[in-house]
Design a binder for this molecule. Structure first.
Ligand SMILES: Cc1ncc(COP(=O)(O)O)c(C=O)c1O
Length: 384
């Protein structure tokens, strides 16, 4: 049915009608006092969402832009960067660091696994000359649906003295993430994820330790330059022409996030992800991330039943129910499908998605106890 599409991909995610109404208004001048007032609220509310006292910069770019904004202001040629890789997005950090001439070392895990804190502790303990300058990490690895214990990993990195640079693209607004309290030195995210607005804005916050490393960066980026962004942010401005309509939408979305409260928002994402995991298991499907404690709260990766293809599942659930789920990426393409419960998602959405998945699999010939997934998800979400 026209206009009924529900995005259950890990971004872009659904956007509330009231946010779309703001975005649809005529653009306003980016040097006007009206826009400056929008920026004042946005910058202040972002500190609340990011749970930090430090500035939060907003870039007109996708999430990868903020990842470049992190490393391209910190890395000098020959610097030693340790990348903790759970999948595609962990690898992206490594590629960006390499593009700046860094010597990149990786700790990689099997698909669906997370970094063992003891493995990291051991590697950093071996680095007695303190050669490792930066450790890159992914909080919620969207390509597999696994989520690292960022709090523990960042405390180990802090003990060593390296800088922790964290991808929170699908975790901020969905999973507890406290940079100031947990000692995350740089944290980035993107707008089309938990922030309930379309793609086009990206976020970065950095602490004093990170700024010291920035000061030593020989060739900081021009477009992403932290100093330019700090100056503008503190003046309720932007260095260049920003995506003004998205900022206006973000202003509205942040108001909604504050109204719900970041803790409640995180709890909602946890409930939905855990209920979905349970429901999927109840109908006999296998999850990519085996243990709940290692699972992302924004994205769930699922193996299809034997004999039923991922393209058929995706095609059928979209055609019959207007629900869009994601394919696997790279080597996981057509091997898994991924369901997002990120951003503007309510209990009704999760219950109907499980029903739609059951109907899809039933239609494609999978034999299971019809209704068991729906019964499971209702039992889980009913107990608020
Ligand atoms: C964990 C993670 N990091 C980085 C990115 C890159 O963001 P973008 O596609 O907005 O550049 C994504 C996008 O899905 C992501 O999920």
């Amino acid at each position: 049915m026209k206009d009924k599409t529900f995005l259950m991909i890990p971004g872009p995610t659904p956007v509330p009608e009231s946010v779309m109404m703001e975005i649809a208004k005529h653009p306003i001048g980016h040097r006007s006092s009206e826009f400056s007032a929008v920026l004042e609220r946005v910058y202040s509310n972002l500190k609340y969402v990011f749970q930090t006292e430090n500035d939060v910069f907003v870039y007109t770019s996708s999430g990868t832009g903020a990842m470049c904004a992190a490393l391209e202001n910190l890395v000098n040629e020959g610097d030693h960067v340790l990348s903790l890789v759970l999948g595609n997005f962990g690898n992206r950090w490594a590629k960006i660091a390499e593009s700046r001439g860094a010597v990149v070392e990786k700790i990689e895990v099997e698909t669906g696994e997370v970094i063992d804190p003891e493995v990291l502790r051991k590697r950093l303990a071996e680095d007695t000359n303190k050669e490792i300058k930066i450790v890159t990490l992914t909080h919620s690895e969207t390509s597999t649906g696994a989520a690292n214990d960022i709090k523990t990993l960042c405390s180990i990195i802090r003990e060593h003295g390296a800088l922790s640079v964290v991808d929170g693209v699908t975790s901020v607004c969905a999973m507890e993430c406290k940079p100031d309290e947990w000692g995350i030195d740089v944290l980035v995210s993107g707008s089309q994820k938990g922030f309930m607005i379309p793609p086009g804005l990206a976020f970065l916050t950095a602490n004093e330790r990170a700024w010291k490393v920035y000061e030593e960066c020989k060739h900081p980026s021009f477009y992403w330059d932290w100093a330019a962004y700090r100056k503008s942010t503190r003046a309720n401005s932007t260095p260049f022409t920003p995506a003004v309509n998205l900022f206006v939408g973000l202003d509205k979305a942040l108001e909604m996030i504050k109204e719900e409260g970041i803790e409640n928002m995180n709890a909602r994402h946890r409930r939905h992800a855990m209920a979905l995991r349970k429901a999927v298991k109840a109908i006999g499907l296998e999850l990519v991330v085996k243990e709940d404690k290692n699972a992302s709260h924004s994205i769930t990766s699922i193996f299809p039943p034997e004999g039923i293809s991922v393209p058929d599942i995706r095609k059928t659930i979209t055609k019959d129910f207007d629900i869009v789920v994601a394919n696997g990426q790279n080597a996981l393409k057509d091997k898994i499908f991924r369901m997002g419960t990120l951003g503007f998602v309510c209990d009704r959405d999760v219950i109907s998605a499980v029903g739609a998945l059951e109907a899809t699999l039933h239609k494609l010939g999978y034999k299971f106890e019809l209704g068991k997934g729906v019964a499971t998800v209702i039992a889980e979400l009913g107990a608020k």
